[in-house]
Ligand binder design. Sequence first.
Ligand code: AKG
Length: 433
Amino acid sequence: MSILEKAKNLFGKSKHTEAAKPSTPAAEKPISIEGSLKLSLLQDRKDIAGLCKVLYHIKLKSELPEGFEGFSAEILDDKDTVLGSAHMDHRLDDEQRWFAINTHNLENDSHTIRCRVLFNGQPQFEDSLKITISNVGELANRVSDSLKSYDSPTVISQDCNSTLFNFQDQSLTPWFDRDDAKAHLENKAANNSFVKEHQQKLSEFLDNGFMVLEGWLDDDFIDKLNSDIDDAVAKKVQGYEVGSSQRIMGLHSSHKHINHLWKYPKVLEMLSHIFEDEARPCQTLTYVFGSQQSYHQDTVHLTPFPAGYMCGVWVALEDIQVGSGELRVLKGSHRLPRIYRETVDCPQVINNQWDEFAKTVDLKWQDMIADQRFEEMPYLAKKGDILIWHENLMHGGSLRENMEQSRRSIVSHYFAKGALGFYDSSGIPAILQ
Ligand SMILES: O=C(O)CCC(=O)C(=O)O
């Protein structure tokens, strides 16, 4: 039997568990295994806030002996006290080998993350790394309080979903989702918290679930962004085929102008007015042609806790033409109920298998808008215009009637600094800048 088959036989999938699996009695016979375990983070180890996603990689040089019991993940303080742990039943062939530290449950201090491979109740090899946690600000404090009183797990593995956090906690509702949002906005304006243009845009955001910022990018910068895209297209990044509706993910990591856009100060400032906290960029999606995505809320894909603390930012890199598969939004639909996997009993999306998701979440969305009570706005943006949408706004791409017509645009998503972010659909923690 191969290493993988043995491991598969030993373990199926299991839910996260807060306490480490109790040790079985000491190994009857010594095991000798040659291999290594390596932890890595995709973010800086300093000033970690929210969920900290930890990847672990195992390499075995020998056959897997009997007695493999999975992995343990732990977080320790500077006195080596274990503050949280989880047992992971990941098989050795699982692609998604990660766990996450829910740092809001911990002090702002230095901590050690440790992971071990277990055989017959004994760790065989391990790796550890140090991080410094820093959840600061009023929102971060309130989130910490909510997580602690809800007993949210400190170490999360395999499935990060909405049931782990108290989404019913009304005290965490952001100002823009509260009944007194208009009064709050006027109050802030009276206190000179922002300029008139910002007040007007924020008012649109409250009413419609999005705001449009006309001409915010100049032609010179857009030319540079387009040359970044030309480069990615020429290199066929992620197998990109010219003319397809495919999106190219994460070009901010490889292309400097897109990286600059991702952290564009004027956009971050506007987002900070929405969040009443700093904004943390999460990802970028680059489209050369229209996406043709059906109407959806981002809530289940880019999930903030508390609800509301995520926005999408859509940037037009050319004048958008009718028939190009223009972005469309349903005005006011951000007030619809939020749909999570748990709401409609949808299983975790694993290995890009979206069939069950389509039959549950997607169906529910299409049901919710079937009565056409929301006004549809096809967004014929001009080059350099930016649209910011509310996490729960229904949006999508129109059908491409003219398949030759490009529709260059970049979407970035941002979370509030004090919030935490994950992808409820696939159960994965988000990596925030
Ligand atoms: O640009 C589009 O057509 C839709 C993009 C979108 O919905 C998204 O990225 O969430």
